[in-house]
Design a protein around this ligand. Structure first.
Ligand SMILES: NC(=O)c1ccc[n+]([C@@H]2O[C@H](COP(=O)([O-])OP(=O)(O)OC[C@H]3O[C@@H](n4cnc5c(N)ncnc54)[C@H](OP(=O)(O)O)[C@@H]3O)[C@@H](O)[C@H]2O)c1
Length: 313
């Protein structure tokens, strides 16, 4: 199995992870309508069977249900997996203690004593400064409840600051989790990718399939459910804009006997030190996404995809 080291000297995790925002989430993804606990349990099992043991969750996903489900599946299967979860620096969380309290609850739901990666979900600084926050995270690393520290949605400058503050405690920032796909490449123009390389920070690419768009399955007639119904990218004009990218994915795929989604995920892995974490609602989506591992696009195909997606830089 292909692996990637988190940060400079963190643990090795599988080169593709599984995003679990939709596990238990009714608000955005309509959990409980077209899919539910059985489907996501099968998704977990399919991932482990395919050798993928890295799962991304957050305390807010399904208001805790995503973590609870993962905890149950790990217990029932006995599988040893790496969990990445997230702390939300919400306005009423004023003191460093709130990190300890939130982590207590996440570990309880996950039925674990330790998580592989604990990420700050957003770069919000209301009353708790980054210094207080990073120190509280460093305390948890020292206690052994977190193996590595990450951030999410941080700009290049915010990432540097977090890196420096953790460095004062002898800890390296391991991860910045950001939106990154062929249809969202701002992280390249905003210096996030280059700064991450410079600092030795691994990028976790969220929404790597542009929330399903890069699978090519959506058309003006076949529309997604949940909150995406209101997203203009899924309407006729939005779909027309992405047609050239989907056409190229469709041309490249057959050369490798791969689907558009598998090619889109493989392109992200070709960026080096980038781990895509596609969300999956069922076993079949997990199996398809797992097919992005174990092969590589040619340099020529990587560069063609880079050229066709420059509108999204
Ligand atoms: N840090 C953050 O702020 C943040 C923000 C967003 C996401 N995330 C993380 O990143 C993960 C992934 O992002 P995402 O869920 O927004 O978007 P995504 O991975 O781009 O898309 C996921 C959705 O695409 C569809 N899909 C996935 N694989 C498929 C396949 N092989 N064939 C057909 N359809 C497929 C599924 O929905 P349908 O079947 O309904 O189309 C699935 O829920 C999340 O689960 C979460 O862990 C983090």
């Amino acid at each position: 199995m292909q692996t990637v080291t988190l940060g400079k000297n963190g643990p090795k995790v599988t080169a593709l992870g599984i995003g679990t925002w939709s596990w238990g989430d009714q608000l955005f993804w309509n959990y409980g309508q077209q899919y539910g606990p059985n489907e996501v349990k099968e998704a977990f099992t399919a991932a482990v069977e395919a050798g993928i043991t890295f799962f991304d969750t957050a305390e807010v996903y399904g208001l805790g249900l995503s973590e609870t489900l993962l905890g149950q599946f790990m217990q029932e299967s006995g599988a040893k997996v790496d969990i990445a979860t997230k702390f939300g620096p919400l306005p009423w969380r004023l003191f460093g203690d709130s990190v300890k309290e939130a982590l207590d609850k996440s570990l309880q739901r996950l039925q674990l004593n330790q998580v592989t990666l604990y990420q700050v979900h957003w770069p919000f600084t209301f009353l708790m400064s980054q210094k207080t926050l990073m120190n509280a995270l460093a305390d948890e690393v020292e206690k052994g409840r977190i193996v590595t520290v990450g951030v999410s949605n941080y700009s290049a400058a915010q990432m540097k600051e977090a890196h420096q503050l953790l460095g004062e405690r002898g800890i390296s920032l391991a991860v910045n989790q950001v939106q990154y796909s062929l249809l969202f490449r701002k992280v390249e123009t905003e210096g996030i990718i280059s700064t991450a390389k410079e600092l030795g920070v691994t990028i976790l690419a969220y929404s790597p399939l542009a929330q399903g768009l890069l699978t090519g399955k959506y058309t003006s007639e076949i529309q997604p459910d949940g909150a995406r119904k209101a997203d203009s990218r899924f309407k006729a004009a939005g779909l027309a804009k992405i047609r050239p990218v989907l056409e190229l994915l469709g041309e490249i795929g057959p050369k490798y006997q791969k689907t558009p989604a598998q090619v889109a995920l493989n392109w992200l892995m070709a960026q080096n030190n980038v781990i895509p974490i596609p969300g999956a609602k069922n076993a079949s989506q997990v199996r398809q996404n797992a097919g992005a591992l174990g092969w590589s696009l040619s340099t020529e195909d990587v560069s063609q995809l880079e050229k066709i997606s420059r509108n999204w830089l």
